[in-house]
Design a protein around this ligand. Structure first.
Ligand SMILES: C=C(OP(=O)(O)O)C(=O)O
Ligand SMILES: [Mg+2]
Length: 437
């Protein structure tokens, strides 16, 4: 470390997230007068093994837990880190972990800890007079991610009949990020027109995707195919699809099966699928639609099912562990050893510090896996995940639909980064992806 710039003040306050729930924002003053500010997102379909944010359960009403998180920053974290070098991100993150001392960061709160970790990075980047993505990633930070835009919402993110949580589009045929965003936005508008023509609701879910009452996932995917074509793009060539099933939300332990409530309502009979039936169902979907990845296809406890599914389908599709791995390198290591997936979703608030999230990306890349940087369904306008995706060359980002400012801000930030990088910017080509073969 070439420079020592002491942290002089740390302050957290309560603000609102995109669902109207309280969250926290942290400001850090370092050196003479440099202030960095960051805010923390929050999930709805949270994994059982995520780091604990202080607003879960009873603490969720009226920000009670969030006030505690802010108090923890102001009363317990601030005195310990004032005087530390803001340019030593890893050292700071280590101290934050030690101060909490619990396995799941439930003592001080993962939201309190992450807010400080993020704000420190932002202050440090300003002091270094470098954009955040270069401060975090160095000179090799130059890959823009392919956006995985979630344009149809279901599950816990909407009140409609679609049981699968997310239907995403990936502009793999785009020459650069900006063009990719344009293609996705056009398809989003086409989908809206199509839904209108077919008499479906065009209200949106938490992540800005449309939330119509459709009979099942096949119907939703057919709609995406039609919307692509209507916008002038060829599914399977210009565009690929991705699903986030968020299957832990569907799994019923007593029945040892996945319950598709929406599909049951639409078809007038109870639709249940066992693990084997789920795998067979995905195989059918893969045969019919150009699907690049399936996130959380099975329950977060079903390691055996994941191993079976990866052995069976892992050559043809990325199987992404979100609730399964919760950005935790211990769980990821187990998954890599077992062969229980071939990609990880990385959400910084699932683990609580930037350093630990970076470790998860690195571990995945070393195993030859994909890592996808992701927002949460409850977001703020903070754009740090855009810089993180570039810093770690993940080549993929999930940030919702091209509508709702808290989602769009991340895409807009990436367009600005692409401009800053100029000719050195790289945009991955996934045309050789297994589903296209
Ligand atoms: C973004 C997601 O939703 P949430 O933030 O509700 O976990 C997800 O499950 O990938
Ligand atoms: Mg998910």
């Amino acid at each position: 470390m070439d420079k020592y710039v002491p942290i002089r003040d740390v302050y957290a306050r309560e603000i609102l997230d995109s669902r109207g729930n309280p969250t926290i924002e942290v400001e850090i003053l370092a050196g003479e007068k440099t202030v960095g500010c960051a805010s923390v997102p929050s999930g709805a379909s949270t994994g059982k093994y995520e780091a604990i944010e202080l607003r879960d359960g009873e603490a969720r009403y009226m920000g009670k837990g969030v006030e505690h998180a802010a108090d923890h920053v102001n009363a317990q974290i601030a005195p310990e880190i004032v005087g530390m070098n803001v340019l030593d991100q890893r050292g700071l993150d280590e101290v934050l972990k030690r101060l909490d001392g619990s396995r799941n960061k439930g003592k001080l709160g993962a939201n309190a800890i992450l807010g400080v970790s993020m704000a420190a990075a932002r202050t440090a980047a300003k002091i270094s007079e470098r954009p955040l993505y270069t401060y975090l990633g160095g000179v090799q930070a130059r890959t823009l991610p392919v956006p995985m835009m979630n344009i149809m919402n279901g599950g816990r993110h909407a009140d409609n009949t679609i049981d699968i949580q997310e239907f995403m589009i990936l502009p793999v045929g785009a020459p650069d990020f900006r063009e990719g965003v344009r293609m996705c936005a056009e398809i989003y508008q086409s989908l809206k027109a199509l839904l209108g023509q077919r008499g479906c609701n065009t209200a949106v879910g938490d992540e800005g995707g449309f939330a119509p009452d459709l009979p099942d996932a096949k119907e939703a995917l057919s709609m995406l195919m039609d919307a692509c074509k209507m916008a002038g793009y060829q599914p399977g060539k210009d565009m690929l699809f991705a699903l986030d099933v968020a299957a832990s939300e569907l799994y019923d332990e007593k029945l040892n099966a996945y319950v598709f409530d929406g599909e049951s309502r639409m078809h007038g009979q109870k639709v249940l699928r066992t693990t084997d039936q789920m795998i067979a169902y995905y195989e059918e979907l893969l045969a019919e639609f150009p699907i690049y990845s399936i996130e959380d296809p099975l329950d977060e406890e079903d390691w055996e099912g994941w191993v079976k599914m990866t052995a069976h389908l892992g050559e043809n599709v990325y199987l992404v562990g979100d609730d399964l791995f919760v950005t935790n390198t211990e769980r990821l290591k187990k998954g890599i050893e077992l062969g229980a997936a071939n990609a990880i979703l990385v959400k910084i608030n699932q683990i609580g510090t930037l350093s630990e999230a970076f470790d998860a990306v690195e571990m995945a890349h070393r195993a030859g896996w994909q890592a996808i940087i992701s927002h949460r369904s409850g977001e703020t306008v903070d754009t740090m995940i855009a810089d993180i995706a570039v810093a770690f060359n993940t080549g993929l980002i999930k940030s919702g639909a091209p509508c709702r400012s808290e989602r769009v801000e991340k895409y807009n930030r990436l367009m600005r980064i692409e401009e800053m990088l100029g000719k050195t910017a790289d945009f991955p080509c996934y045309m050789d992806t297994p589903v296209l073969k």
